[in-house]
Design a protein around this ligand. Structure first.
Ligand code: NAD
Ligand code: MG
Length: 386
């Protein structure tokens, strides 16, 4: 039996992870669930799945949760609660959204656990610290992000890093693929949330519409696999069936294909190194009409190159990029910022300082807070100018 702690259990990845666990009850024992503030959904999961512990980041609602969980379930809440449930299971799935996932990533790796990582933001913002924590005996990251899960599989098949020429990270292109910069000025929240191939939480769905998600994934690939930025390319592939590719030195290309269904990469990361027996995402080849590829439009989607730039700068630049983006996306979803100003806010936030090294968790938290404050000012200035 593999024990599993599922953090961020009430979200899109979290609820799909529950389906994966329920499909293989003989392999997995769910020991802990954690969420931000969705008390009702978390309690409902606790009643159905009977974990030993439930954790809630929002301490003010702990009492409500206590009332709703089955007797004998330990309730943890507030700062440190999500980290606490991330230290004890064989596998910790980090499905929290945004920088808030950092304590989960650091706690799981620091305790020598296998981290099934959906929360790319923690790795990106705190890369030097996450790399150090990865060296803990027993610690390991298995990516849940579909592209990196594909790369993980292709790199294993490649059989050695000296055989790899480049990584090709695929992107659906999001709802605005094919539109020119001039056509994107007035797009609204509903349009940005209408993703053509994946159903995901709102933050990553907006990131997919700007290609910031792909930019973050380039940094994620660099950090996970140690491949230089010059050898990581992005290719638009609207069908989302080829999840990424590895080109080898002899010109051969390895790719991983499956239908766009996150339960496959979630199951891969939970079950690794074994394969699960439930074929989520299996392709019906007779119905798969075609696979198309095109280069990204870097002018219409400037977030992609902002991420490459921040990644190459290193230090605290990815933390600033991530924090500015979280603020800008939040403002867009809240109606305070135009979609086409998301990239501008991120760029101006990054331009307002010089990169600094990151040596401690305190440094990352400080960089994140400073970037958020700067980005919020820029959002406000744009709102006043409208
Ligand atoms: P979501 O918004 O659907 O769910 C987020 C989860 O995080 C919820 O359980 C919520 O309770 C929790 N949470 C939110 N704020 C929190 C806070 N401040 N403190 C603690 N917990 C908090 O998000 P999602 O789409 O499931 O994405 C989760 C992560 O997985 C993101 O990093 C995303 O980039 C990544 N990811 C998602 C998908 C997908 O298909 N949804 C695919 C690839 C990667
Ligand atoms: Mg992805």
């Amino acid at each position: 039996m593999t024990t599993v702690s599922l953090v961020g259990s009430t979200g899109s990845i979290g609820t799909q992870a529950v389906e994966v666990l329920e499909a293989a009850p003989e392999r997995f024992e769910l020991v802990a669930l954690g969420a931000g503030s969705s008390v009702e959904r978390l309690a409902e999961q606790a009643r159905r799945l009977r974990p030993k512990q439930v954790a809630l980041a929002d301490a003010s609602r702990a009492g409500e949760l206590e009332e709703l969980v089955p007797p004998g379930t330990e309730v943890l809440a507030g700062e440190g609660a999500l980290a606490e449930i991330s230290r004890h299971a064989d596998v910790v799935l980090n499905a929290v959204v945004g920088f808030a996932g950092l304590p989960v990533t650091l706690a799981a790796l620091g305790a020598g656990r296998r981290l099934a990582l959906a929360n790319k933001e923690s790795l990106i913002a705190a890369a030097p610290l996450v790399q150090a924590a990865r060296a803990t005996p027993g610690a390991e990251i298995v990516p849940v992000d579909s592209e990196h899960c594909a790369l993980h599989q292709c790199l294993a098949a490649a059989g050695g890093r000296d055989r790899v020429r480049r990584l090709i990270v695929t992107a659906s292109g999001g709802p605005f693929r094919g539109r020119r910069a001039e056509e994107l000025a007035g797009v609204g929240v509903e349009e940005a949330l209408a993703h053509p191939t994946w159903s995901m939480g709102p933050k990553i769905t907006v990131d997919s519409s700007t290609l910031m998600n792909k930019g973050l994934e380039v940094i994620e690939a660099h950090e996970l696999f140690g491949v230089p930025y010059d050898a990581i390319e992005v290719l638009i592939h609207p069908q989302s069936v080829v999840h990424s590719m590895v080109e080898l030195v002899d010109g051969a290309t390895l790719a991983q294909l499956s239908l766009p269904d996150m339960r496959l990469p979630i199951g891969y990361a939970l079950g690794y190194p074994e394969r699960l027996g439930t074929p989520f995402g299996a392709i019906d080849w007779a119905r798969l009409a075609r696979l198309e590829f095109e280069l990204p439009d870097r002018r219409a989607f400037p977030c992609l190159d902002l991420a490459y730039r921040a990644g190459r700068e290193g230090g605290d630049s990815p933390a600033w990029l991530n924090a500015a983006n979280e603020v800008a996306v939040g403002a867009f979803l809240g109606g305070q910022l135009a979609w086409s100003d998301i990239a501008g806010v991120v760029e101006a936030t990054l331009a307002s300082r010089g990169p600094r090294p990151l040596a401690s968790v305190g440094d990352v938290v400080e960089a994140d807070a400073a970037a958020r404050a700067r980005a919020a000012q820029l959002v406000e200035a744009r709102a006043r100018g409208r």
